[in-house]
Write a new protein. Sequence first.
Length: 90
Amino acid sequence: VEEGWSEALNSFSDVVMLDNTDADLRIQGWSVKEKASGVVREAPPGEEVSVRGWPVEQCSVVAPTDRGPVVLLVKGGKVNATLFEDEEEG
């Protein structure tokens, strides 16, 4: 996804699974493209984050990347990626 709002999960947000009214979301292998620099921050290999209550509830999770953490706010089919600078890079 790109930094800011995207509709990355739109194709999944309205899916109804048999006998499953509350679904959680597990995300693996994410990357976030920084708007200003175009640098792509990538998830560490094998890392996974869980978003509880999705798609019914608005949820957020702090996801690690190779260039510092990102906050992913998930609201229905939309994702807002907010970047944090890696403290070591200053």
